[in-house]
Design a protein around this ligand. Structure first.
Ligand SMILES: [Zn+2]
Length: 257
């Protein structure tokens, strides 16, 4: 008997067990255990911390064996437990623009830079392919690619490959958007914006920001510590990443990035 596969090529899980599926934070349903769970956990945590509260309500869904919506044949990626729906009631399928441009851009940047394109955003469904589906995120890569990104997220050394996977080339586009994330080690940090961040923190929070860096434009470990302290004191998740939520918080103190 051939294995049933969902639209993205992953095998359908007809019976969810603790071994092949698992729970991740904020998601009511279950997701595929292992690398897929690692990737979705990172995504949900990112969205919750920087884009929108995911903790409210029970409208965050995972695996479910069902056909592709609007079709009678073929399995939806939810059937392989490789898709999740986040804040489904706020981002209903078929409705465009339920995320603000800043939110959507922060999500896209995380999907591209951190998740390296292995997850597709339903908001970006090609109009001719399907209805836009803002709540929906799905694995869009094979097991090897997913394993490589998951290993990176877990801080492990990438699994050795046969050399077929090219090294990641940084995008050439300039990081000019004000929603571009700033964090330690981000190759796309804009020096000008980091300089503004450092100067602003030094000015607004002299008590704890003296190590933010004297405006050298480099987001180093001291700047990360000061950002974390700012986040802690502002009731934000202290992860040292300057994203939309932290940018909003900084703005209240006259720090405009
Ligand atoms: Zn979905």
């Amino acid at each position: 008997m051939a294995t049933a596969i969902s639209q993205n090529g992953w095998s359908v899980i007809f019976t969810a067990t603790d071994k092949n599926t698992t729970k991740i934070p904020h998601i009511v349903g279950r997701v595929r255990a292992g690398d897929v769970a690692t990737i979705f956990t990172a995504l949900v945590n990112f969205i919750h911390a920087h884009v929108e509260d995911v903790s409210k309500g029970a409208d965050d869904w995972g695996g479910n064996v069902r056909p592709i919506r609007g079709k009678t044949t073929g399995y939806s990626n939810h059937a392989s437990y490789t898709a999740i729906d986040i804040n489904a009631l706020q981002h209903p399928r078929g409705v465009e623009g339920t995320w603000t441009p800043a939110q959507a851009s922060a999500i896209r940047q995380f999907l591209k830079d951190t998740l390296e394109g292995v997850v597709r955003f339903g908001e970006d469904y090609s109009r001719k392919l399907s209805l836009v589906d803002g709540m929906h995120f799905e694995i869009n890569a094979n097991a090897a690619a997913v394993a490589r990104v998951a290993a990176k997220l877990r801080g492990e050394k990438a699994p050795s490959t046969t050399g077929k996977t090219p090294a990641k080339t940084p995008a050439i586009t300039a990081a000019t958007g004000s929603t571009t994330l700033l964090y330690q080690g981000n190759p796309k940090n804009s020096a000008a914006r980091v300089r503004k961040l450092q100067a602003g923190l030094n000015r607004a929070f002299p008590a704890y920001s003296k190590f933010a860096g004297g405006g050298d434009g480099k987001f180093g470990p001291y700047a990360a510590q000061v950002v974390k302290e700012f986040q802690r004191r502002s009731g934000l998740k202290p992860d040292g990443v300057v994203g939309p939520t932290t940018i909003k918080g900084l703005r209240k103190h006259g720090i405009n990035l």
